[in-house]
Ligand binder design. Structure first.
Ligand SMILES: CC(C)(COP(=O)(O)OP(=O)(O)OC[C@H]1O[C@@H](n2cnc3c(N)ncnc32)[C@H](O)[C@@H]1OP(=O)(O)O)[C@@H](O)C(=O)NCCC(=O)NCCS
Length: 263
């Protein structure tokens, strides 16, 4: 039996009745991972790599919180999710411990737009919000989508402010670099050619790696020189100095003796 994010009872029979035959509006299910729900979300923003295990873990987390009402429209003939939208509930002290519904991440598959699926999703999310006692719903959107939300009965109020934190961008950059490196290595190992620009940056990377390796080797040579000087000089040490060498002060002796020798 499939696991749903929230109770099926919260789905409006009226919204379902307005969908074309062969489409069902329902809570997100744990097996929607295999029905392309993340691919759908990637039409809105970056999803990145999310394994099935990660999806299940996040799904269970949201289910336990009981404040997430992610809703999908399912196309029965293809067994795919063709639209998805989120309602997240915020609990407040204001308004006599009231609740607000935040509408988030609305996407209709680009092959299915213009069939009122977007509007039906918003109808459903507003229905859920009322059913669980929210006194309003709010959302952020681009100016481009304002007319769509107006058609769904919402109106413009106030402005949105944002601050995007840098670590996220750095992580993205690192991921891109890792991916580029993997592609370079794959093409090199499989004998495929690189574009002249890619070839240059690849060689630059190899050069940097080689430089780092040589630096390490140079250090080793210096250490070896120091050891050899110590050995040579130890040959002309007095018996007393040899005893000192054996008891562990070779390095100091080496430096002193070398200085004497250079005079
Ligand atoms: C925005 C989106 C969800 C709309 O879904 P949809 O199923 O194509 O829209 P609907 O068919 O339900 O449209 C309902 C009404 O809004 C209108 N509408 C939809 N998008 C519109 C837009 N960008 N500008 C103006 N009107 C729009 C439709 O023409 C329709 O009008 P009608 O009732 O006069 O026929 C969909 O285009 C989408 O997924 N876009 C990419 C992701 C995105 O931007 N999501 C919103 C994040 S805030």
């Amino acid at each position: 039996m499939t696991v749903n994010l929230f109770a099926d009872l919260l789905i409006s029979a009226n919204v379902q009745a307005q969908l074309p035959k062969g489409y069902r509006i329902r809570p997100l299910a744990i097996d929607d991972y295999d029905r392309g729900v993340l691919k759908l979300l990637s039409q809105l923003s970056v999803v990145g790599e999310v394994s099935k295990d990660q999806f299940i873990e996040r799904f269970e987390h949201m289910r336990n919180l009981k404040t997430y009402f992610i809703t999908v429209i399912h196309e029965e003939s293809t067994d795919r999710t063709v639209a998805v939208g989120t309602l997240v509930v915020e609990y407040k002290f204001l308004h006599e411990c009231g609740k607000i519904g935040h509408i988030e991440d609305i996407v209709v598959d680009d092959s299915q737009r213009g069939k009122k699926f977007g509007q039906r999703l918003i109808d459903q999310l507003q229905y859920t919000a009322r059913a669980i006692g929210c006194y309003k719903v709010i959302l952020n959107c681009t100016l481009h989508n304002v007319p769509f939300y107006e058609k769904c009965g919402l109106h413009q109020k106030d402005v949105q402010m944002a601050n995007y934190f840098e670590p996220l961008l750095i992580r993205e950059e690192e991921k891109i670099q890792r991916e580029n490196w993997r592609k370079f290595e794959h093409r090199r190992n499989s004998g495929l050619g690189l574009s002249p620009m890619a070839e240059r940056s690849f060689h630059q990377m190899l050069h940097e790696v080689e430089e780092a390796r040589l630096n390490k080797l140079r250090e080793t040579d210096d250490e070896r020189d120091e050891r050899q000087v110590g050995t040579t000089i130890a040959g002309v040490l007095s018996e007393e100095e040899k005893v000192q060498t054996v008891t562990g002060s070779l390095k100091i002796l080496t430096i002193e003796t070398k200085t004497d020798g250079a005079k």
